[in-house]
Design a protein around this ligand. Structure first.
Ligand SMILES: [Zn+2]
Length: 286
């Protein structure tokens, strides 16, 4: 009874703890038994030459940027209401490192129920197909925004698909589902409009958790200076506006942000300061 009370108190307080951790996997436990596993697909850096000041009025001049910024390619697994969600899938890897990392936390590809894509760039979709172009996750439904699918789907957009997107579309044929922004996937889990990086980019919201894809690339630069856009942002004006309103919302609501390119494990809060915002890495309460 005492143990039950202590556990209940911890869950009610939203306390969390690391558990099945390794160099490339971190486990977080949140209120109501929601678990998130951060999985590092690849550690990387981003060169300052990738970034430019969209507003041309930044107090931080381009020649004062660091040569490069720490980054990562992260995927996330969320266990929520007895279902398993994979949020973004990292790069194509013929060795299947995502599958190996999932195995390290006893998750088989057949056990993934839902795949939520923030957008369809190769570093988010690549891990969904194997070296033979087959689906890595044979039972999962794959979700993305309708706007994103419309932009990249060659049948609608009449553009030549990349080989990866063609393989992805064929491998998951009949299991691809599109969402309107704000529409629930299941009760309590939503896609939120966050366009600019791509025309249909979204992030996913569950309780206080936000899986934010590429709203931000280099936290050490773009949280304090959201006016700096990565060259990957398709529409820099929209990406900048999205980032500014995202930072304001996250800081006001105190959400826990999980970013695809935030240095591993990619989790933290956005804190408002006198002059802008700061990224505060997530530290679970003991
Ligand atoms: Zn990306």
């Amino acid at each position: 009874m005492k143990l039950f009370t202590a556990v209940a108190a911890m869950l009610c307080a939203g306390a969390a703890a690391f558990a099945a951790d390794s160099a490339d996997v971190k486990e977080f436990t949140f209120a109501n038994d929601v678990k998130v596993y951060a999985i590092r697909d690849k550690a990387t850096t981003m060169k300052s030459s990738l970034f430019s000041d969209y507003t041309k009025t930044s107090s931080l001049k381009k020649d004062k940027l660091k040569p490069e910024y720490p980054a990562s390619v992260n995927c996330f697994v969320m266990r929520y209401n007895f279902k398993t969600y994979l949020i973004d899938a990292g790069n194509f890897d013929p060795k299947g490192s995502l599958v190996t990392k999932l195995a390290s936390i006893s998750i088989r590809p057949t056990a993934v129920d839902y795949i939520l894509l923030t957008h369809l760039h190769p570093d988010h979709v690549g891990g969904l197909v194997d070296k033979n172009g087959k689906a890595v996750f044979p039972n999962a439904k794959v979700y993305m925004s309708y706007e994103e699918w419309k932009h990249w789907n060659p049948i609608i957009a009449k553009q030549k698909p990349t080989e990866l997107l063609r393989q992805f579309r064929d491998a998951y044929n009949g299991r691809i589902q599109t969402l309107n922004f704000g529409e629930p996937i299941v009760p309590g889990l939503y896609a939120v409009k966050a366009v600019g990086h791509t025309p249909g980019h979204c992030y996913y919201r569950q309780g206080k958790l936000r899986f934010v894809g590429d709203v931000v690339h280099a936290v050490d630069l773009q949280i304090e200076h959201p006016e700096y856009c990565a060259s990957f942002d398709a529409d820099q004006k929209q990406a900048y506006q999205t980032r500014v309103s995202f930072l304001e919302t996250m800081s006001k609501e105190g959400n826990i942000v999980f970013g695809a390119h935030i240095p591993f494990p990619g989790a933290g809060y956005i804190m408002k300061e006198e002059k802008g915002y700061k990224f505060d890495p997530y530290q679970p309460k003991k």
